[in-house]
Design a protein around this ligand. Structure first.
Ligand code: SAM
Length: 235
C-alpha cells in the first residue's frame, strides 16, 4: 500500500468482505478473551457513567454494547467508515434500550463527524492500527473530547516474554490466518492483521504520538502477557 488513500481503500474493502463473519471469527481465534479486554477497557470510564462517549472504529459494535451495558444512562456515538460492519452490528443489537442509546454513524476516524469538546470518553478497540494517518486520527480524538475527557485505545501489542513470544507469533502468522481465512473466506484480511500488528509503533513511541496529539497523563496498561494493551490519555 503506497499511499494513505490506498490503505484506506484496502482496509474498508477487507472489513466489508469479512463483516458477516467478523464476530464469529473473533470469538473463535481469540478464545473469547477479546470480550474480557473490552470489559477492562470500558471499566476505565467508570468515572463518566452518564456523559456521551465516542466509540471510534466501532465495527460491529461490540465495545459500544459493553459501554452501554456497564452504564445504563450512557449514550454512545459509534463511528466507522465501513457501512457493512456497522450494518452487521445493528442487525445483531439486542432488543433492549441499548438500541436507543447507541447511535451508529458512518464516518471517517480521521475526520470525525462531531463538534469540538463533545465527549467525556473516546474508545478505539483494534482500530488505530488500521488508520491510514494515525497522527491525524489522534488529533481528531483530542479535538472532539471535552477538556478532562479520557481516551482509551485498546490495541494488539507484541509480547516480550521469551516463552510466550514465539508461540504467539506462530499462532498469529500461521494458525490464525488459516482458521480465520477458512471461516471468513478471506485469508488476506487476516494476513493483514498479522502484518499490521508487526508494523505498529513500539509502545513508548505510540505514547509519544498521543502526547504530540495533545494528550496528558498518558500511560499503557498491558493485558494477557502483553498480547494487548490499553493506551490511556486525558485531554
Ligand atoms: C478490527 S475492527 C474493530 C471493530 C471493533 N471496534 C471491535 O472492537 O471489534 C476495525 C474497524 O476499524 C474501522 N476503520 C478503519 N479505519 C477507519 C477510519 N479511518 N475511520 C473509521 N473507521 C475505520 C474498520 O472499518 C473496522 O470496522
Amino acid at each position: 500500500m503506497r499511499t494513505p488513500a490506498d490503505k484506506k481503500k484496502f482496509v474498508r474493502e477487507k472489513f466489508s468482505s469479512i463483516s458477516k463473519h467478523y464476530d464469529l471469527v473473533n470469538s473463535l481465534v481469540s478464545f473469547r478473551i477479546d470480550r474480557y479486554w473490552r470489559w477492562v477497557t470500558t471499566r476505565e470510564l467508570r468515572l463518566f457513567p452518564e456523559g456521551p462517549v465516542l466509540d471510534l472504529c466501532a465495527g460491529t459494535l461490540p465495545l459500544s454494547l459493553e459501554l452501554t451495558r456497564q452504564a445504563p444512562q450512557r449514550q454512545v456515538m459509534a463511528v466507522d467508515f465501513c457501512e457493512d460492519m456497522l450494518r452487521a452490528g445493528i442487525d445483531d443489537l439486542p432488543n433492549d434500550n441499548r438500541r436507543q442509546r447507541i447511535m451508529p454513524v458512518c464516518g471517517d476516524g480521521e475526520e470525525i463527524p462531531a463538534r469540538d469538546n463533545s465527549f467525556w470518553g473516546c474508545t478505539v478497540a483494534f482500530g488505530v492500527r488500521n488508520l491510514s494517518r494515525p497522527a491525524k486520527g489522534l488529533a481528531e480524538m483530542c479535538r472532539v473530547l471535552k477538556p478532562g475527557g479520557k481516551l482509551l485505545i485498546l490495541e494488539f501489542s507484541r509480547p516480550t516474554n521469551f516463552l510466550v513470544r514465539p508461540l504467539y507469533f506462530f499462532y498469529l502468522n500461521k494458525v490464525l490466518p488459516a482458521v480465520a481465512g477458512l471461516v471468513s473466506g478471506d485469508k488476506e484480511a487476516y494476513d493483514y492483521l498479522a502484518s499490521s500488528i508487526a508494523k505498529f509503533p513500539e509502545p513508548e513511541n505510540f505514547l509519544n504520538m498521543m502526547r504530540q496529539a495533545g494528550f496528558a497523563r498518558v500511560r499503557r496498561r498491558t493485558l494477557t502477557f502483553g498480547i494487548a494493551s490499553i493506551y490511556v490519555g486525558v485531554k
